[in-house]
Design a protein around this ligand. Sequence first.
Ligand code: SF4
Length: 440
Amino acid sequence: MKERTYAIHTYGCQMNRLESQIVAGKLESAGWKAAAPDSASLVILSTCSVRAKAEQKILSKLRSIRGNERGASGRKLVGVMGCVAQQMKEQLVEPPYCADFAIGIGGLARFDEVLRRLLAGERGLVIAGEDGRYDLYYDLDKVKRSDSRSAYVAVSRGCSNFCTYCIVPFVRGPIRHREPKSVLAEVRQLVDQGFIEVCLLGQNVNNYRYENVEFHHLLEDVAQIEGLRRLRFITSNARDLTIETVRLMATPPLMPYISLPMQSGSDRILALMNRGYMSAEYLEKVSWIREIVGDAAISTDIMVGFPGESEVDFEATLDAVRQARFENIYSFKYSPRPFTKAAAFNDPIPDAVVRRRFQQLLDLQREIQLDRMLSFEGKVLDVLIDGVSKKDPNVVCGRAGQNIVVNLHHDRCRLGDLVKVRIEKANPHSLSGKVIGRAD
Ligand code: SF4
């Protein structure tokens, strides 16, 4: 191998993005350089197996990387990390995938060793241990953070909730909570390095508990770190959302945004899913947020076509959506996942019915969402610039505190700037406006 260059394709959740940043940092400190996927000598897929569709996309990507190689001289090093690696292990290094290595959740701590062995010529390495050595709270100086002065900080890993449709507890293991002083030290370090936004991560973030420190205690301590301008957390379970956490969200540096998956508005389906709350409790927590946090944005996940979902159940979901008036919905069709209880449930919903319900949900949300976005017209929002529009290179984009994308024409805005923007126009999925000054 002449030049050591790498590319990482990241799929799925923010935890995967953070793990990709950790691996990128390790590679760069070992002398590797980032490159375009086609020319990189090492390609890593940081994978998600939460839905069948995501998993199939990853496997077909793997096959296409190998299929496009021309002869032995054009052969790349190809690796898989994350949930699919933990789930499929040896299968990934065998035909038709032929990855050179697969590093599961329990094996990422040994990435340096894997790299050494690959460079020594070993192939077909599989490290997907289940020995409890899961955690990655080390070498944090080396993480290759994004350029936008926004950083992820993991506070827990894994999940012990066992929602009946979810593969996460099986591939990421039970929840492990990080010591508060380690979280605080990392956030302080990030602030010292110039980061203005931190997002605390956990698969079930508000289930955090370390000895007698609960999630809202941790949040309060992080919020007091001097110089931290923006604080977020993701993803919350309504069962574990407390009024103390909602009260904290009302005051900066906490941002007025929460990702609060509802999954269904039917109590019967919520019980079958083992979500740990009923619809009324979920909606009550939504009303706390609306009342206590000014101009809050709530995004949710909704699953359509869970086994046994009747028209009455689906109508209950539409009703709950009407009441909650979410700013954003990530809707998806149920797909059975290995190891999960729901995979053995009877009464699958026919595809045509799932498609029709899915469309009904999208149509309803489109109306609500535009209305919610219109409520921001004329307001001034602080926006953290995090990129350039894919459609128009003259348009920069950023995120408001509500985590809504804001597009703006402004030559002098740079990645990582925090600016005040007057919102002039609402679109269904974004806002656009004019910069009226700096926010810092
Ligand atoms: S809370 Fe439920 S859906 Fe979320 S990661 Fe845990 S088991 Fe999966």
